[in-house]
Write a protein of this length. Structure first.
Length: 367
């Protein structure tokens, strides 16, 4: 039996009537940029996440760029980011002309290691970017303490963590800005690119709203040089349909994770995901680790099981950052993760028999 890593068509078929009606509504009124569809979704998302402001933008990467810019990151500044993450975490810093300052990760949850941050803060540091990787937040208390002690804002990369919480406070609410992605593979995904910046700080939110529309207020009167980064009305309408289903889909992902935790415990050298105390993990990915990662990936592929490596090269070793002088051994935990992690299917619509096939295939590999 083949098992995909993700099957978005199943999700679409389950709510097809609602999605089709929403798309038809937008096509009917033909207001494709901003307007009521975007405003209504922003209001619903803000309520869901418990934040004062939610601003739809064109992508998760743009959310990071606008969020950083809104808290004052400019050319020549520095932003502390984990060495193990999707490229946009560091790329957004570079796009502003600032420099990503890498730090290592915690070996248990793959999130930023708060203990590795303090010595990297300089007079040029303008933000700290924790990344809630794979759907789980780190212990946010020491990060918030560092932020307050040094007067450096937190900008949360919550691209993979919509609905995640730490001590019952949602991702996106711990810093000056929280940045989300609605890429189709996310727990809340649209039919293309989309993103959002959230904040309880009215000034930060107002700055993002200004920046996303060429820095113009009113129209054609440009206060600053901004960006063209607006969430499309079609995407907002689709997201508005999906938002009420988010908790249900998250609970299914968590149920699948519980089964993996039970059935894969003690199998070979597998290291299963660790759940940080106080953190509500939404399992955008169920990521395991093994010294035999590449062989396991080949085995799963040969048996029709979807699996993906997120991410095979630490950011400090990427060619585009060679000028920063990073070398192997600088961030050993990140580098070890890059060599060992692999993610297996955990999408909500996965059937019991499909999950059993994934489990048995992994067990056969180690037998």
């Amino acid at each position: 039996m083949s098992v995909p890593l993700l099957d978005l068509n199943r999700q679409y078929q389950s709510i097809k009537g609602e999605i089709d009606a929403a798309v038809a509504r937008v096509l009917g009124h033909s207001q494709f940029i901003l307007g009521a569809e975007v405003a209504n979704f922003e209001t619903a998302a803000a309520k869901k996440l418990g934040v004062a402001h939610a601003i739809g933008v064109a992508s998760g990467s743009d959310a990071l760029i606008l969020g950083l810019h809104a808290v004052g990151v400019n050319a020549g500044d520095e932003v502390i980011v984990p060495a193990f993450s999707f490229f946009a975490s560091a790329g957004s810093v570079s796009r502003l002309g600032a420099t990503p300052v890498f730090c290592d990760i915690d070996p248990h949850d793959y999130n930023i290691d708060a203990g590795d941050i303090a010595d990297r803060i300089t007079k040029r540091t303008k933000a700290i970017m924790p990344v809630h990787l794979f759907g789980q937040m780190p212990d946010m208390k020491p990060l918030r303490d560092l932020s307050k002690a040094h007067g450096v804002p937190l900008v949360e990369d919550a691209a993979q963590a919509v609905g995640a919480t730490y001590n019952d406070t949602a991702a996106g609410r711990w810093g000056a800005a929280g940045c989300f992605s609605f890429f189709p593979t996310k727990n809340l995904g649209c039919a293309g690119d989309g993103g959002m910046v959230v904040s309880d700080d009215t000034a930060v939110a107002d700055r993002v709203r200004l920046l996303r529309f060429h820095g113009a207020r009113p129209k054609y009167h440009h206060q600053v040089i901004g960006f063209n980064s607006r969430l499309d009305a079609l995407q907002a309408a689709i997201l508005g349909v999906k938002l009420p289903y988010l908790d249900r889909w998250t609970n299914k992902r968590r149920a699948h994770a519980d089964v993996y935790d039970k059935e894969l415990a003690g199998v070979g050298d597998l290291v299963l995901p660790k759940r940080t105390p106080g953190a509500f993990h939404i399992f955008n990915q169920y990521t395991i680790a093994t010294a035999r990662r590449d062989a396991l990936r080949d085995h799963l592929k040969a048996h029709g099981i979807g699996a993906e490596v997120y991410y095979p090269i630490s950011l400090h070793l990427q060619q585009c950052y060679a000028h920063l002088g990073g070398k192997p051994g600088d961030f050993p935990v990140s580098e070890r993760a890059a060599q060992r992690v692999i993610s297996i299917p955990v999408f909500p619509e996965m059937t019991e028999s499909e999950q059993s096939e994934v489990i048995e295939s992994i067990k056969r590999f180690y037998s």
